[in-house]
Design a protein around this ligand. Structure first.
Ligand code: GDP
Ligand code: MN
Length: 392
């Protein structure tokens, strides 16, 4: 580790002190930035905006945790820390979280990268695969984050285009939410051919881990029974629950029937590739640290797709949210203006836009974005309508 401080880079004691004196009632949250030393200018740009839009307020002042697979230089530390009024901490990613697990055939992985080079974004990159696997399976276990409950992932060179006047961490805690997103995007299919089949196998073995009656899974899937494209009607699944439960000797409304039926339906459905874009992500660390999520990730990791294909952490997080969280636990942070590259989200409501420097028109440049937002929001609305009907 750098600075003689292990993966905490010498900052562990300072983080522990900060948390020991944490203001009562304030969410234990941190901004988390994975970056290289060469990302310094982009880091200062992103964090500087977030400082002016949100984190500079004395009620916010959430610490910033910088992580890197190599030691940060003293220049990086000084220049990054100077952006925020809140304390900044610098850590190193443990080597075992940024390398090959023993079951991976590294020769085969190199062949797969060669074949993928130039055929998909980052197809030939080994470091990108380590990065995606890190965000999928390990960031939440970094020692510097051990005492925190929430994180906000921030990347270099992104833009926060609106003042953020409410505290997303407090809002998420109050609503018992585990994941927040701003942009949904369609994945490049060639990066994830075996991801959904692998999730299907996990689901077949763990149907009881599905949320009972308000899973988001149908919002991401279609084509059950090889056609028709219908999302399952959850009301029908619940009705079927009784019959299925009776046939399997279960009590009424145990919920197990509905879960098993949804898992069965998922075996015949297709994942459309729609995913919450993870370069912006606010989440509850408890979700990722849960035995269910760990089981989900370990199953994926064993299948090898982080290396033999090029699975992104965004579809992994999204599918995990779909199979493990209730719809109400996932938040669309639609009031946060955000841009990454040429893709952006600007709040639609004119009143919130008075504190923005963006236009929704920029988000909808024809053909520019492989966005699945309209489709996704339509499907979620349909799920909500079904649930209201069932409760009526
Ligand atoms: P993209 O948004 O998918 O095009 O990927 P990026 O290049 O922006 O990488 C995603 C995040 O991971 C950013 O925060 C990068 O700074 C970080 N990142 C990517 N590769 C590496 C790496 O090799 N080392 C480190 N330390 N950070 C990386
Ligand atoms: Mn990026």
């Amino acid at each position: 580790g750098g600075g003689g401080g292990g993966v905490g880079g010498g900052n562990q004691a300072a983080v522990d002190r900060l948390l020991a004196n944490w203001p009562p009632g304030k969410p234990k949250a941190a901004l988390v930035v994975l970056a290289r030393n060469s990302d310094l200018a982009g880091v200062r740009s992103s964090l500087g905006q977030l400082e002016r839009r949100f984190n500079g307020r004395s009620s916010a002042r959430y610490p910033v945790v910088y992580l890197n697979d190599e030691p940060f230089t003293p220049e990086f530390r000084a220049a990054a820390a100077a952006v925020s009024a809140a304390p900044s901490f610098f850590g190193i990613v443990p080597t075992e979280h940024w390398s090959y697990p023993p079951h991976i055939n590294q020769t085969l992985a190199a062949e797969k990268r060669d074949a993928a080079r130039g055929r998909m974004p980052y197809g030939g990159s080994e470091s990108y695969r380590f990065m995606c696997r890190y965000f999928s399976g390990f960031f939440f276990d970094h020692p510097l984050l051990a005492g925190f409950d929430y994180y906000w992932r921030v990347e270099p060179d992104v833009f926060f285009t609106c003042d953020i006047e409410t505290d997303p961490f407090r809002e998420m805690r109050a609503a018992n939410q585990s994941l927040a997103w701003t942009i949904v995007m369609t994945e490049v299919p060639s990066t994830i051919p075996q991801l959904w089949p692998t999730v299907q196998r996990w689901l077949a073995a763990n149907p009881a881990l599905l949320p009972a009656d308000d899973s988001l899974l149908p919002a991401f899937l279609s084509g059950a029974d090889g056609g028709g494209g219908d999302a399952p009607v959850l009301g029908d699944l619940a009705a079927a629950d009784d019959a299925w439960g009776a046939a399997h000797g279960l009590r009424r409304s145990s919920g197990v029937g509905a879960r098993a039926r949804l898992a069965q339906w998922a075996q015949r459905a297709r994942y459309m590739g729609c995913h919450y874009w993870s370069n912006f992500e606010i989440g509850a660390l408890e979700f990722f640290r849960s035995p269910a999520y760990r089981s989900f990730f370990e199953h994926l990791d064993r299948a090898g797709g982080f290396f033999y294909e090029r699975w992104g952490d965004a579809p992994v997080h999204t599918l995990a949210a779909a199979v493990l969280l209730s719809r109400s636990q996932v938040r669309w942070a639609s009031d946060i203006g955000y841009r990454h590259g040429s893709w952006s989200h600007c709040p639609l409501d004119p009143e919130s836009r008075q504190r923005c420097d963006c236009s929704p028109a920029w988000d909808a440049l024809p053909g520019a974005q492989p966005s699945c937002q309209a489709d996704y929001l339509g499907r979620v609305a349909a799920l909500e309508a079904q649930q209201r009907k069932r409760q009526a």
